[in-house]
Design a protein around this ligand. Structure first.
Ligand code: GDP
Ligand code: IMO
Ligand code: MG
Length: 428
């Protein structure tokens, strides 16, 4: 059985919590794209874990895989492994020998390119993600299999580092790259990580064929996808379902279910158009109550009403089996709650978001208004019908508009603050 978790908005939907929840019934949890731009939070009792590279199955002591589609900063990975060891875990992790490695020059380039992009800058996390994926695509990348072969690694450094140096010099940047020190630094990472590096495609396919439950943990969200997102205000990987296969070596016909994670409202870190954004007291309320501050960079997240134009597009390209709705508790206490169901542009009604950024930035959200609800005892709720009627109508509207069932409602960061409506591991 293979189940995937994909963000349906702009990231930070609560994928970490949802992955941790399904990880209990899984044998292997896999990251297949992105890198340490991701920040996934899991709360277990009084303890909060924040993972950037480590799959969110770590706390359940599952087998963990970083697939070929992930870009890996070895320093960050080692720090996460060490942190887990301090917390009493001994992570069983496999790193794809085909995964690309984030190098020091990628991190530096990330900052320089952002400055050069002016109004097209996405407000990246500056972790070197874009430059590393660029090198992968232009075939200047260094992979873990290269790190294992010290001669190839040196040969690649001797070729690539002088080219990057020329770039920095041309940009007038005061950066001096030293091949020897990069080599020595990465040799120490090699020493630490070498036993974890393997052909993870073979491992995953063999495990699947033997009947293991595999959970694919997406990072970022549908509208940060390099192809389908709001380009160029995206990340540099395929965050949608297509990325599962290319980023792990698993065939599409092995995927049994895809759960889209949807926050009950919308948030976004970084730049770019955001039609349903609230630049007012209500936006501030959502940010404060929802603690919407970046897990990776600490930046305040921009907040707005739930935007079903975005979620519907995510449903379209991912064909989600179900949606897991998170952070419904954050809306508690608001008098009126709105959902954006379409955009208006120059008198026309749009139900799909346009690819032209100028048009998108002029789109006006069209809202349906809902009555809010007050605090109540979630523990007494067993199904959608026993929800307060205002929440029921909110949930019912979303299911009808997205034509997708809601399998889970999360009403707090902890594991037990979760209402299960449908067991997706048995098939939806
Ligand atoms: P991810 O990147 O999609 O894994 O999400 P993040 O971890 O970056 O951000 C989600 C935040 O919301 C984290 O702080 C979670 O602990 C928290 N969270 C998850 N689900 C809920 C929920 O249902 N209610 C509340 N209040 N917080 C939640
Ligand atoms: P998780 O997995 C929210 C955003 C950045 C920036 C753009 C490009 O926690 O949901 P990058 O560093 O990837 O080149 O930045 O993408 N971004 C995220 N926003 N959640 C994330 O991950 C993100 N990862 C990248 O803010 O706008
Ligand atoms: Mg996050």
């Amino acid at each position: 059985m293979l189940l995937a978790i994909i963000g349906s908005q702009w990231g930070d939907e609560g994928k970490g919590k949802v992955t941790d929840f399904y990880a209990e019934k899984s044998d292997i949890v896999v990251r297949f794209q992105g890198g340490n731009n991701a920040g996934h939070t899991i709360v277990v009792g009084d303890k909060t874990y924040k993972f950037h590279l480590m799959p969110s199955g770590a706390v359940h002591k599952k087998s963990l895989v970083l697939g070929n589609g992930v870009v890996i900063d070895p320093k960050v990975l080692i720090e996460e492994i060490e942190r887990l060891k301090k917390d009493g875990f001994n992570p069983d992790i496999s790193i794809s020998d085909r995964a690309n490695i984030i190098m020091p020059y990628h991190r530096i380039l990330d900052g320089i390119e952002e400055k050069m992009k002016g109004s097209f800058a996405a407000g990246t996390t500056r972790k070197g993600i874009g430059p590393c994926y660029s090198d992968k695509i232009s075939r200047f990348g260094i992979r873990f299999s290269d790190l294992l072969d010290t001669e190839v690694f040196k040969e690649k450094l001797n070729l690539i580092v002088p080219i990057k140096q020329k770039l920095f010099d041309a940009f007038g940047e005061d950066v001096k790259l030293d091949i020897e020190s990069i080599y020595n630094e990465y040799m120490s990472y090699r020493e630490y990580l070498k036993n974890y590096i393997k052909d993870t495609s073979v491992f995953l396919n063999n495990s699947y064929d033997k009947g293991s439950n595999i959970l694919m943990e997406g990072a970022q969200g549908a509208h940060l996808d390099i192809d389908h997102g709001i380009y160029p205000f995206t990340t540099s990987s395929n965050t949608n379902a297509g990325g599962i296969c290319t980023g792990s070596g698993i065939s599409p016909n092995k995927i049994n279910g895809i759960v889209g994670v949807m926050k009950a409202y919308t948030s976004r870190v970084g730049e770019g158009p955001f039609p349903a954004e609230l630049n007012d007291k209500e936006g501030e309320y959502l940010r404060e109550k929802g603690r919407e501050f970046g897990t990776t960079t600490g930046r305040p997240r921009r907040c707005g009403w739930l935007d079903l134009v975005l979620v519907n597009y995510a449903c379209l390209i991912n064909n989600f089996s179900a949606l897991a709705m998170t952070k419904i508790d954050v809306l508690t206490g608001m008098k009126k709650i709105k959902i954006c169901y379409a955009y208006e542009y120059e008198g026309k009604i749009l139900h799909h978001f346009p690819s032209n950024m100028k048009i998108l930035s002029k789109c006006k959200p069209l809202y349906k208004e809902f009555d809010g609800w007050e605090e109540f005892d979630w523990m007494k709720v067993k199904d959608t019908k026993s929800l307060p009627k205002q929440i029921y109508s909110y949930v019912d509207y979303i299911e009808k508009q997205t034509k997708t069932p809601i399998c889970m409602i999360s009403f707090g960061p902890k594991r037990d603050e979760t209402l299960i409506l449908n067991d997706v591991f048995r098939g939806v």
